[in-house]
Design a protein around this ligand. Structure first.
Ligand code: IPD
Ligand code: CA
Ligand code: CA
Length: 258
């Protein structure tokens, strides 16, 4: 399949700038808030309306694509052949509801199973991080350079709070070897910190739409994305993922216990 990568990147940026403008306003409005898998897994009317709009726009332009999205407006995606879009309309819905900051919207695109393009908007900053392995990575129009290959003691780590609290996978030992723990509550915002070298590790149980865009951007900049047992990442299932610098990932793989 021949795809014009620049045209697609511009399309993703256009979609997320529209979504970002709207969500900034929506975050201050009253919301209808429901729960999904647990009392802390939230969904709002804005998660649904944003996803519906994004899926419609993607279908209009790339009718051959399949869409793997969080709130159910996409397709049932059974394999990674062809063009697959992953959509997380609001990433960090808890922050969107409670704090009105540190939330994102994300689109990841894979072609025949390979990372192709990713785009994440930090809604409050109104900055879009976008690009891919054959295109480069940008913050709005500015090119992003690869972060330094920092070691675990040199950097801050971000591990999902249930994992640290329960010391799953020996995660507390990972924190103790680092410069400290930060927990932002939005995968998209954490990917932003990773690509600029402000944090050196993200460890969390992630769904495909949580991981897709960030994986593209991180790998394009030389960061590593791995499962906890060093097996290949499967983009069609939820799994525990570690993302970080090469030095940190090799250290973490030695420290974690399954
Ligand atoms: C959640 C956030 C959070 C991560 C959860 C995700 P959502 O996404 O990214 O940081 O720890 O695993 O589900 O539900 O707000 O899109
Ligand atoms: Ca979401
Ligand atoms: Ca998410």
């Amino acid at each position: 399949m021949k795809i014009n990568i620049k045209e697609m990147d511009e399309f993703l940026v256009e979609l997320l700038s529209e979504v970002g403008k709207n969500l900034l306003v929506d975050s201050k409005k009253d919301k209808s808030v429901g729960t999904k898998s647990s009392r802390i897994d939230l969904v709002t009317n804005f998660d649904k309306s944003t996803e519906k709009w994004l899926v419609g726009k993607i279908k209009e332009k790339y009718s051959e694509a399949t869409i793997f999205s969080e709130e159910g407006y996409g397709d049932v995606v059974k394999d990674m052949s062809g063009l697959v879009f992953f959509v997380d309309p609001i990433d960090g819905t808890m922050n969107f509801v409670k704090r009105r900051d540190d939330f994102a919207s994300m689109i990841g695109v894979y072609l025949d199973g390979k990372p192709f393009l990713g785009a994440i908007i930090d809604v409050v900053k109104q900055e879009i991080y976008h690009g891919g392995p054959d295109y480069g990575v940008f913050r709005n129009e500015e090119k992003v350079i690869s972060p330094k290959n920092q070691s675990l003691p040199e950097g801050l780590v971000d591990i999902s709070w249930p994992m640290v609290v329960a010391d799953r996978f020996n995660s507390q030992a990972v924190v103790q070897k680092s410069s400290g723990l930060r927990i932002y509550g939005s995968a998209g915002i954490i990917f932003e910190h990773l690509i600029f070298g402000r944090e050196v590790l993200y460890m969390s149980y992630l769904a495909p739409w949580d991981l897709a865009a960030g994986r593209v951007l991180c790998e394009s900049l030389g960061l590593k994305v791995s499962t906890i047992d060093d097996s290949p990442v499967n983009m069609l299932k939820s799994q525990v993922v570690i993302v970080g610098t090469e030095k940190v990932i090799s250290e973490v793989l030695k420290t974690v216990k399954k």
